[in-house]
Design a protein around this ligand. Structure first.
Ligand code: VG1
Ligand code: CO
Length: 545
């Protein structure tokens, strides 16, 4: 086996976004494209040499090809040992779990999360640091800076590693272990939740659940945990075999894309509990019979009921949510006397808080919920948390649990409106226009509503002092209602404008309202302040969550 030094030239577009580098598959297939990025990771993280690396992905098209390249480059860089999931499969939270459990120096995850896969779809790569979490901004920026000057990469010339067979082999001087992707993760789940109570619920003959793995990475995990370990009937997990193109769908767990699950949960003989996860297993969708649980509410409800779950009975220290996530969790934190942190969008901002022992639960409105058991959001963890709560209150439906929560804390109506595939220049002009109006908006009134404060969200990490700017334009009203505008950092085509809307309702007689109705005045203000129709030519959002 020979070590090769391959001359290369920089690509200008390798800046990681909200969650790693995501591009069309065809871009990743260009000669040297993946290699340049991986070399840049090794260049800025020299301590990977001699260490343990975890590698795996969500099973999408190009996953195994990319893993073979990464293994040969890892061997060329003196990595001592690699753990790689069988068939190249590892969910994002499973990678986080493995890094922490085995003391790895880092991990590489191949995924574009909920973006479609297949030869025409998207691909992505994320680097996670030794705490198991996404690389913080200073690391991703260092990687990006390196990609701009790179002129050579190192790779071992060798035959392919057999990823299908469990067990060890060597590649140059590096040990490669092909591992069961599920075992360590399932053991961690078993240590946090009351599996006995959940098994009883699953097998009591009346409770039924449906989990939609959306042909993505959670299929094997969900089958092993729900069906094999907890005894749910075969068929509880649907679309459970990971496919390279996710069966042609978007593996995005929401009512628009988890269609089969949504139909079942709205049907005449609906299961009591429905759930889904995304491409790489870090997001979650929670449904009751004909009932949708808003992710911001899910975070709040999890935090409020943590004492009934064995792993969280004691020692809950704080809560963090991303800025556009509703303040429902803040109300729970205040009630429990816990600190609550507001961070920029993206899981990478929670890592320092968890490492410093400041927070236990973290969440994002974008169907991401998790805790300090790993350093990623964790789809199946959230589903198991809900199952544990349902097992504790066997006579309460999902809907009753949420209404009960609203009666205690009030309801934060929350919605996100996405305008997808916008012309990037037009989207940037729109955001610049909003920036320009920040000064004169405060004090203006729209009917009975007066704007108290406007800014572009900036965050100063309370642990390491790092500053992150440009988190989104916030318009905050006298009663704390909010409109937030930001551009997505995960798309691969044009620009996506996200508008987040929130208002609070204490009165229980109004809690059953449709959020779009409750938020209607703010939807109108959001349109008129940003002049969306004129600036984008769009009359309505593509996605309403
Ligand atoms: C989106 C979500 C964000 C999430 C990110 C990665 O980012 O808004 O909350 O952390 O996706 O999730 P953006 O920049 O497009 O708004 V995942 O499951 O795609 O890794
Ligand atoms: Co994801």
């Amino acid at each position: 086996m020979t070590l090769r030094l391959i001359p290369t030239r920089p690509f200008a577009d390798q800046r990681p976004g909200t969650s790693g580098l995501r591009k069309k598959v065809a871009i990743f297939q260009q000669p040297h494209y993946l290699e340049n990025f991986v070399q840049s990771v090794f260049d800025v993280q020299p301590w990977l040499a001699g260490g343990l690396l975890v590698v795996g992905g969500d099973g999408r098209y190009y996953n195994q090809t990319a893993i073979q390249i990464i293994l040969r480059m890892a061997a060329a860089h003196g990595v001592s040992r690699v753990l790689v999931g069988q068939h190249g499969i590892l969910s994002t939270p499973a990678v986080s779990c493995l890094i922490r459990k085995h003391g790895a120096a880092g991990g590489l995850i191949l995924s574009a999360s909920h973006n479609p896969g297949g030869p025409e779809g998207d691909f992505g790569i994320k680097f996670n640091i030794d705490n198991g979490g996404p690389a913080p901004e200073k690391v991703t920026e260092a990687i990006y800076t390196r990609t701009k000057t790179i002129d050579v990469y190192r790779i071992l010339e060798s035959t392919e590693v057999d990823l299908g067979t469990l067990g060890g082999s060597v590649l140059g001087n590096m040990a490669v272990e092909v591992i069961d992707p599920v075992a360590d993760y399932a053991a961690l789940m078993g240590s946090l939740f009351d599996f006995e109570a959940i098994s009883r619920l699953m097998q009591d003959g009346t409770f039924r659940m449906c989990f939609d793995a959306m042909h993505a990475v959670t299929g094997p995990y969900a089958r092993a945990i729900f069906e094999d370990q907890l005894g749910a009937p075969a068929g509880t997990v649907i679309n459970g075999v990971p496919l390279q193109d996710f069966g042609g769908g978007h593996p995005d767990p929401n009512l628009a894309h988890a269609v089969e699950l949504a139909n079942r949960m709205n049907g005449p003989d609906a299961p009591h509990f429905g759930a889904a996860s995304d491409g790489d297993g870090d997001r979650n969708l929670i449904l009751g019979q004909r009932f949708f649980v808003n992710p911001s509410d899910s975070l709040a409800l999890i935090a409020a009921n943590a004492h009934v779950v064995p792993g969280y009975r004691t020692g809950v220290v704080g809560i963090a949510r991303s800025m556009p996530t509703s303040a429902a969790a803040d109300r729970v934190a205040a009630h429990l006397g816990l600190p609550c942190y507001e961070t920029p969008t993206g899981w990478k901002f929670f890592g320092t808080l968890m490492d410093a022992g400041k927070v236990t639960f973290c969440g994002e409105e974008s169907f991401g919920t998790g805790s300090s058991h790993v350093r990623e959001k964790d789809g199946l963890w959230a589903v198991l948390f809900w199952l544990n709560l349902l097992a504790h209150h066997p006579n309460r439906s999902v809907e009753e649990m949420v209404f009960h929560h609203w009666r205690r804390f009030g309801r934060n109506f929350h919605s996100r409106h996405d305008y997808e595939g916008l012309d990037s220049d037009a989207a940037n002009v729109l955001m610049a226009h909003l920036q320009g109006s920040l000064r004169h908006l405060p004090g203006q009134s729209y009917g009975a509503r007066r704007i108290r404060h406007c800014d572009d969200f900036s965050y100063s990490d309370p642990v390491d002092g790092s500053v992150s700017l440009g988190g989104g334009i916030r318009i905050i009203f006298d009663d704390d209602s909010r409109i937030i505008y930001r551009l997505s950092g995960t798309g691969t085509e044009g620009a996506t404008l996200r508008i987040y809307l929130e208002c609070y309702e204490a009165d229980p007689t109004r809690h059953a309202q449709d959020p779009q109705q409750a938020l209607a005045p703010f939807i109108q203000i959001a349109e008129s302040v940003a002049d969306i129709r004129a600036r984008t030519g769009r009359h309505r959002p593509d996605v309403v969550v």
